[in-house]
Design a protein around this ligand. Sequence first.
Ligand code: ATP
Ligand code: MG
Length: 255
Amino acid sequence: MAADARGLTEEDRATVRIENLVRSFGDRRVLDGLDLSIAPGEFVALLGRSGSGKSTLLRALAGLDHEVAGGGGLAAPDDVSVVFQDARLLPWKRLLGNVVLGLTGPLAEERGRAALAEVGLAGRERAWPVELSGGEQQRVSLARSLVREPRLLLADEPFGALDALTRIRMHALLRRLCERHRPAVLLVTHDVDEAIALADRVLVLDRGRIAADLPVRLPAPRDHAGAEYTALRARLLDRLGVRGTPSTGPEEEAA
Ligand SMILES: Nc1ncnc2c1ncn2[C@@H]1O[C@H](COP(=O)(O)OP(=O)(O)OP(=O)(O)O)[C@@H](O)[C@H]1O
Ligand SMILES: [Mg+2]
């Protein structure tokens, strides 16, 4: 692997580096020697059947799981933000209070206001969470995550509870926010189209490991009708077992 002037390889500079990660519950190995690395600013989507261990992996990366083991390392930055399927706003705090929660410094409020404006909620700083729709709440949750300028954004099915139209708008918003703030992103989703629409690279988790690792080389805006799109979609669905094709060995393609 090529090294830079300081002798660092791409692997050394990675925001996330996991080797041989193992997580068992009882005698069931949910993560079974998983390897993964994510480059700074890279947007990675993670697909996998229900129960395949996606949330388990995210929890490990967020530092919320102290029982992961394995022969290798788990290197993830401390400045991680997490977005979940439900916005998890504090109902007794107004929107601005939710966004700046835990932020310190004289500019905290100003940054919170700017973050709310970025997600299209300027002027709603004093609203209560209960006054917002599900999509609006999720936008606050994104603002709260990104106002911290994390190096890594972990998102566990953040749009899973939204209607299709809102979801499409959220895709565009997330892409825009990520282009501006450049965190590395690991987005868990059940939706193959969402993965292809957003990510630089799509992974499939199966039997405790990354079973497919495919770069998305489609130009933006990504054309659902294009041949490349359709081929990538079919490969991913195959790996998810949706078409009933038995999976073979790991599938990988150099980026
Ligand atoms: N705290 C726990 N105790 C026991 N088993 C657990 C625990 N957390 C997760 N598991 C098990 O680990 C497996 C993976 O769970 P995980 O939540 O990571 O799946 P997932 O891929 O996120 O699924 P989904 O797509 O449904 O959200 C499941 O079989 C689950 O029952
Ligand atoms: Mg999950």
